[in-house]
Write a protein of this length. Sequence first.
Length: 169
Amino acid sequence: MNFLNQIPLVRSTRRNHALEHATMTILANRYRGIKMMGHSNPGGFILFADVPTEIVTDAVLEARKRLREGEKKLAIHPGCGTNIAASSFLSGSAAFAVLMGLSRGKTPKWWQVLLAVIVAVPVFIWSKPLGPRLQETISTDADIADLEVTLVRSKKTKNTFIHQINTRE
């Protein structure tokens, strides 16, 4: 059992994050090119997507069913902020280390920046597999056996729908 699941609010958020990702994957497979954004919390998740409530409700319920049946890969999403944060942090740290190491000498600024970029870009690329691994072990939990969807409510704004999905364990 993951040590993070010992903290109730973290456990709920991780499980809702998995359900959010699975829902977004199902919607993306059904509606190619759909733009979505989500945010999970202990009580469920918010989904910004330009589709009606009924379609989101159907996708959420299918996502829940498929995760319960063991499709854990649905909990890992390529557009997750965890992916961006991991690669950005590592490449930024590499660039910072190069700049700090070179700043003590008499190396020209343009050369320092060039070397920092030369180091940062490969680090960014090579760190890509880390994001999904962090999702799998830290930011999501695909074991949603007792997670129930209690409400799917939507509000139409000028540009999109805002869907509130509430859950409970």
